[in-house]
Design a protein around this ligand. Sequence first.
Ligand SMILES: Cc1cc2nc3c(=O)[nH]c(=O)nc-3n(C[C@H](O)[C@H](O)[C@H](O)COP(=O)(O)OP(=O)(O)OC[C@H]3O[C@@H](n4cnc5c(N)ncnc54)[C@H](O)[C@@H]3O)c2cc1C
Ligand code: SF4
Ligand code: SF4
Length: 426
Amino acid sequence: MSNEELSRDEKLVRAVQEKYHNMLEQGVDPYEWAYAWRSEINRGGFKAVDFLMREIVDTGKCVGCAACVTICPTDVFDYKDERPVDTRNDACVFCELCADVCPVLRPLDKDLNALLGFKKPVLDEGFGPYNYAVIARSKDQEVLKRGQDGGVTSALLVHALDKGTIKGAVLGDVLPENPQVGVQKLATTPEEILACSGSRYTYSPNTVALIEAMRKDIRPIAVVGVPCQVDGIRQQQYSSIRLEVAKWYQKNVTLVIGLFCSESFTHEHIKYIAETLNVEPKDIVNVNVKGKVIINLRDGREIIMKLKDFHQFARPACLYCLDYSAEHADIGVGGIGLDGWTLVAVRTEAGHKAFQAAVDDGLFEIVPVETEPRAKELLIKLCDIKRNKPLPALMPTLQERIKMGNTNPKTLYKDYNPTNGGKASK
Ligand SMILES: Cc1cc2nc3c(=O)[nH]c(=O)nc-3n(C[C@H](O)[C@H](O)[C@H](O)COP(=O)(O)OP(=O)(O)OC[C@H]3O[C@@H](n4cnc5c(N)ncnc54)[C@H](O)[C@@H]3O)c2cc1C
Ligand code: SF4
Ligand code: SF4
């Protein structure tokens, strides 16, 4: 089709794509990339959904955070198989919000950290801005038993709900027939929060439940998510373009708890466990990773499998994620090799308020983080591995990785050295 025959919408999308790619190729400051589409906002008529689908979803670079889905004021997207689907593409009102909130298209705005309200003094030792860190576990035996590590996340949420500081929490629940598959959940009772405890290593679309929270006007709310989801939330709250929907998130998402995350696994890992152990997926009650993979089965058995056998199941999209420790959360949490305890990094004033209120009410057993120096060392090392990669826009697409013969997010940049031409290993 000649350029003259293209619709005005299509011409504009192609023009923005060209501008964006020119910026990438010419080494323009990444914080300027958003002007490729933001410059169109005043002219009007730029269909950002088409741009987003082509640049991020069709290239396999979408991490699945659902920010585009939950920000869209006209409900253009469905969410299926860890991806947005532009089912109602024609409903697009050219607001550009979906492109603006995508954490893969560009780095988060430079002024974000100033807006998040980090608690002072702000420390930075290589796992994101924070004020203090402790190792904690719930004193409530039921919460501790259900929790993935020390149950701190669930205990904090139940406490906030009891105190009325939140009215609900956006979490991940599980499918009864396959408890390692996560589904979004808007929890509004302590029982619902506790039913969501534990970790699923498949990608759980927690943040899709924000739509339900907004529709039912349940607020204020807390959100629990892996770092890509935390970034998606922050983009929705604080991205430069302002609309009512962004203000809703800013005002009503009052606590964001981010889970440390190297990568999630594809659904194939459940099949692998089931076949290796000769059990049904429904009988795999819990999976935990502590340098080895610990599997708890419904019949009470605990089975240890080798972590290296699970590397093949690392989700390819996780390559495009540079954040291990949920650097933009109010509180970052992880098990980080500890047995039955959660490492808690309190980052913002909001995080401190929630955590301190629970501490004051005697919810936790707490030990100083210094008692486990290896946990902090490991945390810094794992952050470093993820940070030391090019920005996703400068990485190969999934199709290119398939041609290179490497779709594993853990190995492509294993030998990457940004100071030395930055060659990725095949
Ligand atoms: C995919 C994944 C990878 C992780 N990788 C690491 C790691 O490399 N190192 C590390 O130290 N910690 C990692 N964690 C975090 C760790 O497993 C615990 O979630 C964390 O220590 C909090 O424990 P807790 O007992 O306080 O949480 P709990 O009280 O058990 O609460 C856990 C919360 O996580 C939510 N949740 C469960 N599965 C998911 C999911 N797939 N996506 C989003 N939310 C979910 C639940 O809804 C629940 O609210 C990972 C978690 C996930 C989900
Ligand atoms: S990474 Fe998030 S915002 Fe970007 S396309 Fe995927 S789901 Fe949408
Ligand atoms: S590694 Fe990143 S993209 Fe993958 S699930 Fe974790 S936070 Fe999301």
